[in-house]
Design a protein around this ligand. Structure first.
Ligand code: ZN
Length: 144
């Protein structure tokens, strides 16, 4: 991505924001002249496909993940923003390098990331997204 001011091709990302249409707006700072400019990224093709427990396939939706993280962190003081949390979950999912992921993959990765954020948020997410119908499950999880 060339700097619009000096043409230098190296820049660093100083801020990323998810937009409603799933594109990403990034503020970049040129490593040469230090000026800032904005880029927009959209996924062109082959978005990840998610297969749920009922074997229904649908495109990975960042909004859906964001909603579930918002819910899980509703009454938790966060040191990181929702966007940062969602973004690191997404990055880890992409790092799996699978075209098709399962809801189980998402839950596993989300729990990993939430564990670093808040065990309370993690527990809320866990009870929301897994079939823990008895207390033993919850206790086993807490003892991880
Ligand atoms: Zn520049």
């Amino acid at each position: 991505m060339r700097c619009i001011f000096c043409g230098n091709s190296e820049s660093k990302v100083v801020d990323s924001r998810y937009l409603k249409d799933s594109s990403i707006r990034r503020r970049r700072e040129c490593l040469k002249c230090g000026k800032r400019f904005t880029t927009y990224e959209t996924v062109e093709s082959n978005p990840m496909v998610v297969t749920n427990a009922e074997n229904v396939r649908e495109p990975f939706k960042i909004e859906k993940l964001t909603e579930s993280i918002k819910y899980a962190t509703y009454c938790v003081d966060l040191a990181r923003t929702i966007e940062e949390i969602v973004s690191s979950i997404e990055t880890k999912l992409f790092a799996l390098q699978k075209q098709e992921i399962t809801t189980h993959d998402i839950v596993t990765v989300a729990l990993d990331v939430l564990m670093e954020v808040s065990s309370m948020a993690c527990l809320v997410y866990y009870t929301q997204h897994t079939d823990c119908s008895n207390f033993d499950d919850v206790r086993r999880f807490l003892n991880r």
